[in-house]
Design a protein around this ligand. Structure first.
Ligand code: AMP
Ligand code: GLY
Length: 418
């Protein structure tokens, strides 16, 4: 039996640890730093690579990395150098997410369909360009900006203020280069695959709900809820994305001398039945991971090892529960801006075979669970139909309370309408 260290503290990491701990090949699952819902927490920050190396080697762990920050600073490279087993992409491969400029140039070079774009480091030139185009723009910072580096604009005036905001003010080095790209209006979905650098196999399809309010209104967030599978990506669309985006990305990376291992996430915009890549993530989605893990029947541990060893082609396709799964994110009112913390959460005790409450921004304090982040819990439920999964999730949501509890009431609805 192998012990596992899951790096990260969000709902995604709770779900990965929950799934891995069900494997009969896995012993103890540690979380660094974890949250109020995860067990065997070790207090090491996700960017303390020396600390994580020391823990993993001292405890003989296989390490699974959840968030982008440690990947972008080279945790996989450091672990590999020290002979430690770790799951995820190297620093070079993680550039697909850590530099949007790098990713856009990569897509252009390899003919992977994405919104047309130009790159600027000068506000004046960017504004001239904004004036010259006859379509709406999206302005993006180059580097990781915790979801705040993208501004979707409705007209030229908004584009001008977005250019100023991203280039001159808010993002420091992350904003030193910006991308101006064509806004594509369509249906957004997440396509996540698992790669060993040679092949990539699909995870179940899913759709996130990125805006804070119902009906996709208000500012972007990390994700307010997700469900799986999504009818938005039907079998033929999945095939198209797998071939023209995922396989092409892994193959082109390999041809460029970069082996991509780990979860490869393509943020897709579907317009006129054509999938455009809006962004790559070099990791699992959060909250997409929660419903996907609920539906996964195969042993995640086997697939993670095959990704590390380059033997994915020897494994059967992942098997999924036929049921739907829905994750409703419970946040603290005010998120994605400022919100209260340290409020006690009540009603977590309910036992229910259809649902799991994955923790994100929580801490344990003297046996009380307190809020500590914007996205607090991911209430995730299975159901024989999407409608049943939605009902099961919201039943559980109603049991849980704290003063600033906030959630969208329309998670999954998009899947019922399409
Ligand atoms: P990104 O981090 O690049 O995925 O951008 C965050 C969000 O901005 C996406 O999930 C989309 O909702 C939106 N977005 C990004 N690029 C575009 C685009 N070219 N057209 C329309 N919306 C976009
Ligand atoms: N749910 C979107 C993301 O993980 O980036």
């Amino acid at each position: 039996m192998a012990d596992v260290l899951v790096v990260g503290s969000g709902g995604r990491e709770h779900a990965l640890g929950w799934k891995l701990s069900q494997s009969n090949k896995v012993g103890k699952v540690y979380h660094a730093p974890g949250n109020g819902g995860t067990s065997n927490n070790v207090s090491i920050a996700v960017d303390d690579i020396d600390g994580l190396v020391k823990f993993a080697s001292g405890n003989n762990c296989l390490t699974v990395v959840g968030p982008e920050t440690p990947l972008s600073i080279g945790i996989v490279d450091e672990f590999t150098k020290k002979g430690l087993r770790i799951f995820g992409p190297t620093k070079k491969a993680a550039q697909l997410e850590s530099s949007k400029v790098w990713a856009k140039n990569f897509m252009k070079k390899h003919d992977i369909l994405t919104a047309q774009f130009e790159i600027f480091d000068d506000a004046k030139k960017a504004k001239e360009y904004a004036k010259s185009v006859d379509y709406n723009l999206v302005v993006k910072a180059d580097g990781l900006a915790a979801g705040k580096g993208v501004i979707v604009c409705n007209d030229y005036t908004e584009a001008v203020s977005a250019i100023d905001k991203i280039l001159e003010k808010s993002f420091g080095t992350a904003g030193s280069k910006i991308i101006l790209e064509e806004r594509i209006d369509g249906t957004e979905a997440s396509y996540i695959a698992l790669s060993d650098g040679m092949v990539a196999i699909p995870m179940a399809t899913s759709q996130d709900h990125k805006r804070i309010f119902n009906n996709d209104k208000g500012p972007n967030t990390g994700g307010m809820g997700a469900y799986s599978p999504t009818p938005v990506i039907n079998d033929s669309m999945a095939e198209q994305i797998q071939k023209n985006v995922i396989d092409k990305t892994v193959e082109s990376m390999k041809n460029d001398g970069i082996v991509f291992k780990g979860f490869l996430y393509a943020g897709i915009m579907l317009k006129d039945d054509t999938p455009y890549v809006l962004e790559y993530n070099a990791r699992m989605g959060d909250p997409e991971c929660q419903p996907i893990m609920m539906r996964m029947e195969s042993d995640l541990y086997d697939y993670i090892n095959a990704s590390i060893d380059g033997t994915l082609s020897q494994l059967p396709p992942i098997s999924w529960k036929k049921q739907s799964a829905v994750c409703v994110v419970l946040a603290s009112k005010g998120y994605p801006d400022s919100y209260p913390k340290n409020e006690e959460i009540l009603g977590l005790g309910m036992q229910d075979k259809n649902s799991v409450v994955f923790h994100a921004g929580t801490i344990l304090d003297n046996n009380k669970v307190l809020t500590s982040g914007g996205r607090v819990l991911g209430v995730t439920a299975l159901g024989d139909t999407l409608q049943t999964a939605i009902s099961n999730a919201y039943l559980r949501v109603k049991e849980i309370s704290w003063p600033a509890k906030y959630y969208r009431t329309d998670i999954g609805k998009k899947g019922l309408m399409s």
